[in-house]
Design a protein around this ligand. Structure first.
Ligand SMILES: Cc1cc2nc3c(=O)[nH]c(=O)nc-3n(C[C@H](O)[C@H](O)[C@H](O)COP(=O)(O)OP(=O)(O)OC[C@H]3O[C@@H](n4cnc5c(N)ncnc54)[C@H](O)[C@@H]3O)c2cc1C
Length: 305
């Protein structure tokens, strides 16, 4: 079994930054990523809020740039999925699709899974009108009408954020009452450009290259209608892809990993960075910061072994 000082799970911005920092400090590193490097950046048309790129940069381009920078430092990349991580004092065994590897320190950067509505062509429209993040994408729809789906706190908070930027928000919920906190519900009622459409579901996404509208169905009487919008923001939940982590690792709600501010988990030598952490801000800049911090903590851990 091949041995490394550190293994990084996930090749998104958090994982690539963690790997960069570790490699630059002379540590032997394995990066395990089941797809191409880039993570969610690969499904992002333009990233406008990453510092240093006025006017924005295409998601795949930023991913390529980060991946290119890593090529300057020899390291092993496994294009496989991590199935399990077995944690023992001072070492971790990672079982991948085909290989098994050993690492003294592990940095988990496996990101987040945004729950889909399950509609036909939903994947095609991601980045072309469908979004799971108002903070990321609201600005692209300045002055336009958009829809949001969901009934929990995220849907309510994100709709409030959207209402400050877009012309109109249709907030669609399948029940007759929201699940989110009353304080947000009260606030929503007072915002003139948010219109709540209750008891209704989206049944079809309209448009060719880009989303142009939705078909809706009212559940109480089956009435169908059409809504012209430039975007649909889906806020029906998220979870962390952490089914593979050691069984004693402390997880928060929906499987997100609990860390301290140095990205340390409750298990010595196991760190987490980026969207997989139990935290509020899920952005590229935040993931990069987490990755750097986790690598620094992992280096300190390795030095004292
Ligand atoms: C449509 C969209 C638009 C966005 N727009 C913006 C924006 O404009 N600005 C911004 O700052 N942020 C934006 N974001 C959010 C941003 O992309 C994320 O916050 C960021 O990518 C998180 O980085 P990460 O490295 O933590 O996780 P991710 O980017 O999710 O990367 C995680 C990686 O881990 C891999 N992985 C998971 N499990 C395993 C496993 N078991 N084995 C091997 N590999 C595994 C995944 O394949 C993935 O590549 C957007 C997100 C989306 C979906």
């Amino acid at each position: 079994m091949k041995e490394y000082a550190a293994a990084v799970i996930g090749g998104g911005p958090a994982g690539m930054t963690a790997a960069l920092y570790l490699l630059r400090s002379g540590v032997s590193v394995a990066v395990v990523e089941r797809f191409a490097p880039g993570g969610q950046m690969l499904s992002t048309e333009i990233i406008e809020n990453y510092p240093g790129y006025p006017g924005g940069i295409k998601g795949y381009e930023l991913a390529d740039r980060m991946a290119d920078q890593l090529k300057d430092f020899p390291h092993d990349v496994y294009r496989q999925e991590v199935r399990t991580v077995e944690h023992q004092p001072g070492r971790n065994i990672l079982r991948l699709d085909e290989d098994s590897i050993q690492a003294k320190a592990v940095i988990i950067c496996s990101g987040v899974v945004w729950k889909r509505l399950g509609l036909e062509r939903e994947e095609v429209f991601i980045g072309r009108g469908i979004s799971y993040c108002a903070l990321c994408d609201a600005n692209f729809f300045k002055g336009q009408a958009v829809a949001a789906v969901g009934g929990g706190n995220t849907a309510l908070e994100e709709s409030i954020h959207l209402s400050k930027i877009v012309a109109k928000v249709y907030l669609i919920h399948r029940r007759d009452a929201f699940r989110g906190d009353k304080i947000f519900q009260d606030r929503i009622q007072k915002i003139a450009n948010i219109q709540c459409i209750m008891n209704s579901v989206v049944t079809e996404l309209l448009g060719d290259d880009h989303l142009t509208g939705l078909k809706l169905k009212r559940l109480s009487d089956g009435l169908e209608s059409r809504l012209d919008v430039s975007a649909l923001f889906v806020f029906v939940g998220s979870h962390a892809p952490t089914g593979f982590v050691p069984k004693d690792l402390r997880l928060g709600p929906d499987g997100f990993i609990v860390t301290d501010q140095e990205m340390r988990t409750n298990l010595p030598g196991v760190f987490a960075a980026g969207d997989v952490r139990d935290k509020l801000c899920r952005q590229v800049a935040a993931a990069v910061g987490d990755g750097a911090t986790a690598a620094h903590s992992a280096s300190l851990y390795l030095n004292q072994l």
